[in-house]
Design a protein around this ligand. Structure first.
Ligand code: FES
Ligand code: FE2
Length: 332
């Protein structure tokens, strides 16, 4: 009994549920058509509140709510004036990059306003009919761009309006880890076998192949995931765009798309079946979708930094190593 490891037995008391900061990356904010030019509203994302607005010319903006002047919350009584966000308290104005553009009563503006942004603002784009914000814990500019996704961007050729949104009481990394955890597909979801998986990593991008071509996944940082399921030559696509709401709360959003097969054809039926399968409600299938099973695990688990793994597990440690790049400045 010399190598009896007491620490191992006591370790779970030290574990935390979500021992991570908010990772860097591009994240979905909301659908573009939910915010008209001139509108503003408050949103909670990345573990804080933000003012989300659209300028008169149609550009999206997202800034810290607290005015650098005397700290008024610009999401309560503030307004969009031309290309700027105007604070209600003394009408200082900021553009969507966070630069102070106008102090209506100042003869001399503070010198720093000429040199840099004074209000934290997140780089934003409208893409795929959605607003996306670049979050970086140390306010760095984007280091990569959102990819072209034909299923969401091509004017014609694709169809599918099914989408959903679910909230989980855990951090975004724990949800993302599900993608490489192939053993749980059999035991939690009831898949007939544990499918083989291969993952390759390239900067912020990870490519997954699950079941030898059955699911091919492209992962772009922590906030965008495109999984293409192929059966009998028909491909259906699940696009998921999870948001880190707080350190312990994430919102998982998904859209389901496929080629615009003629109604009543075999291809259209297979595509529908694939989408049903992804959601976990396909006819004649025993397996359970994430909605009924993953959340029970996510909402209650703790993160094990030193998991005990076996040979049948997916590439969980490689995934974690890859994910670490999204926590710049985080101590080992
Ligand atoms: S606090 Fe915003 S302008 Fe004074
Ligand atoms: Fe799962």
């Amino acid at each position: 009994m010399n190598d009896f490891n007491r620490e191992l037995l006591l370790e779970s008391k030290q574990l935390e549920r979500c021992p991570f900061p908010i990772p860097s990356g591009w994240f979905f904010v909301d659908f573009s058509d939910s915010l008209k030019p001139g509108e503003l509203r408050n949103v909670v994302l990345f573990d804080q509140e933000w003012v989300l607005f659209r300028t008169e010319s149609g550009q999206p903006g997202m800034t810290d709510p607290y005015c650098p002047h005397l700290g008024a919350h610009m999401g309560h009584g503030g307004s969009v004036v031309g290309e700027n966000l105007r604070c209600p308290f003394h009408h200082w104005e900021y553009n969507r990059e966070g630069w102070c553009k106008n102090i209506p009563y100042a003869k001399v503006t503070p010198p720093i306003t000429k040199k840099q942004a004074i209000l934290r603002a997140l780089p934003m784009v409208d893409k795929y009919g959605m607003m996306w914000a670049w979050f970086h814990p140390e306010c760095e500019v984007p280091s990569w761009e959102l990819p072209y996704i034909p299923e969401l961007e091509d004017e014609t050729g694709y169809t599918g309006s099914r989408r959903g949104s679910w909230t989980a009481d855990t951090c975004i990394q724990e949800i993302a880890e599900n993608g490489v955890d192939v053993a749980h597909l059999k035991f939690l979801h009831g898949a007939p076998i544990i499918p083989p998986v291969s993952a390759t990593y390239d900067g912020p991008r990870m490519k997954l192949d699950i079941g030898q071509g059955y699911i091919v996944g492209d992962v772009y940082g922590p906030g965008l995931n495109v999984m293409r399921f192929t059966k009998d030559g028909v491909t259906a696509t699940m696009i998921s765009y999870t948001q880190p709401v707080t350190l312990e709360k994430s919102r998982m959003n998904m859209s389901f798309r496929h080629k615009d097969y003629a109604e009543g054809t075999k291809e259209a039926m297979i595509a529908k079946h694939l989408v049903d399968h992804m959601i976990g409600a396909a006819e004649g299938e025993e397996s359970a979708g994430f909605e009924s099973v993953d959340f029970i695990v996510w909402n209650n688990k703790k993160y094990r930094p030193k998991p005990l793994l076996c040979d049948g597990d997916g590439p969980i440690l490689q995934f974690r190593k890859w994910f670490k790049q999204f926590y710049p400045g985080m101590a080992e």
